[in-house]
Design a binder for this molecule. Structure first.
Ligand SMILES: Cc1cc2nc3c(=O)[nH]c(=O)nc-3n(C[C@H](O)[C@H](O)[C@H](O)COP(=O)(O)OP(=O)(O)OC[C@H]3O[C@@H](n4cnc5c(N)ncnc54)[C@H](O)[C@@H]3O)c2cc1C
Length: 299
């Protein structure tokens, strides 16, 4: 709150940072950077309330330790609790919105505190109002989730189901969390070792009609149901366009997972922007699909 008041008084632009796992810095920042380090977790009946500065994965583990289930599919997603609603984090068949109860946020210029319910957040695939029209307006201070004492894991993700079957383990919250952690470790480079922000593009979401046209032109194109629409893996588009492993300077499309761009050490913002422009342009000309960026760019 003091930081926001300071910025308001001096008319400074505010940049909010949680874990920094989904932000690309392309230049120096002119303004005040506020690192959200609010701490505290409390449990009441089947709900958990966590302050924005708590680590997301640590929260998932704490809920499991408390015998509260429902977050296991979202294990090991990097970053803070406060950032989780921003893009409605999701993985392995589950999105945050399915466990969301409410959040508290402070307005960056009026300093008003407000409670947001699910309908106020306009959650969608990798989207909320905090990534849209309200992107520059609020600082999330805490998040409340509704979980369950019943251990009934979500097993809709094919790869997850398959791994549990192969391991011959009973599907429960803990085995799902372990399987998710194992799959993530195999597929995604650790940002501490190899710089990356996870998925660089959102998976395109299309109407069923558009998907049918594409399927006729590209019979091998995979689709997944998403509400009344379909989701198309952006990694498949990039890979099939021959861009896996493509590099500009030290920035490279990961050979393990085409949705991830890695920094091999000396990558510069210019290299990244050039590679991004190439990927977007190649995918557009081959499939007529505009890829949308997932991370946030500062400034
Ligand atoms: C290896 C890897 C794997 C990933 N896998 C997934 C995945 O499976 N699913 C998924 O959805 N995401 C994934 N991500 C993306 C990332 O983990 C999430 O977006 C995460 O929520 C970002 O948290 P953060 O605290 O690091 O946010 P930051 O990177 O610090 O910030 C991201 C955005 O949120 C804003 N923000 C942060 N905290 C607050 C706050 N308290 N109030 C208001 N605004 C705030 C920032 O201003 C910025 O705009 C992955 C990232 C990496 C590096």
């Amino acid at each position: 709150m003091a930081g926001l008041a300071f910025a308001k008084k001096r008319n400074l632009r505010v940049y909010v940072l949680g874990g920094g796992s989904n932000v690309i810095f392309t230049g120096n920042l002119d303004g005040l950077v506020i690192l959200v380090e609010l701490k505290g977790i409390s449990f009441q009946a089947d709900t958990v309330q966590a302050a924005a500065g708590e680590n997301w994965h640590a929260l998932v583990q704490k809920t499991l330790d408390q015998g509260l289930f429902g977050l296991e599919n979202l294990a090991l997603i990097p970053g803070s609790v406060g950032a989780a609603p921003i893009q409605n984090i999701g993985a392995y068949g589950l999105e945050l919105r399915e466990r969301f109860a409410r959040l508290t946020a402070v307005h960056r210029s009026t300093l008003e505190t407000r409670c947001f319910l699910s309908e106020d957040c306009e959650f969608d695939y990798r989207y909320s109002v905090f990534k849209g029209p309200e992107a520059e307006n609020w600082v999330i201070t805490d998040l409340t989730l509704t979980l369950s004492h019943l251990d009934k894991p979500v097993l809709s993700h094919e790869g997850l189901q398959h791994l549990l079957e192969c391991q011959k383990v009973e599907p429960n919250a803990r085995s799902v969390a372990s399987a998710v952690i194992q799959m993530r470790r195999q597929k995604l480079p650790e940002p501490e070792q190899i710089g990356n922000v996870g998925s660089f593009f959102k998976n395109p979401v299309l109407s069923v009609t558009v998907a049918k046209h594409l399927k006729t032109a590209f019979p091998a194109m995979p689709f997944f149901a998403l509400d009344a629409r379909v989701k198309l893996p952006a990694a498949w588009l990039i890979d099939q366009a021959g861009l896996s492993g493509r590099a500009v300077g030290d920035i490279q499309v990961s050979k393990q997972h085409a949705l991830v761009l890695i920094n091999k050490g000396g990558g510069r913002a210019e290299d990244l922007l050039q590679l991004l422009a190439e990927i977007v342009s190649v995918v557009r000309s081959k499939y007529g699909i505009d890829l949308e960026l997932e991370p946030v760019f500062y400034p």
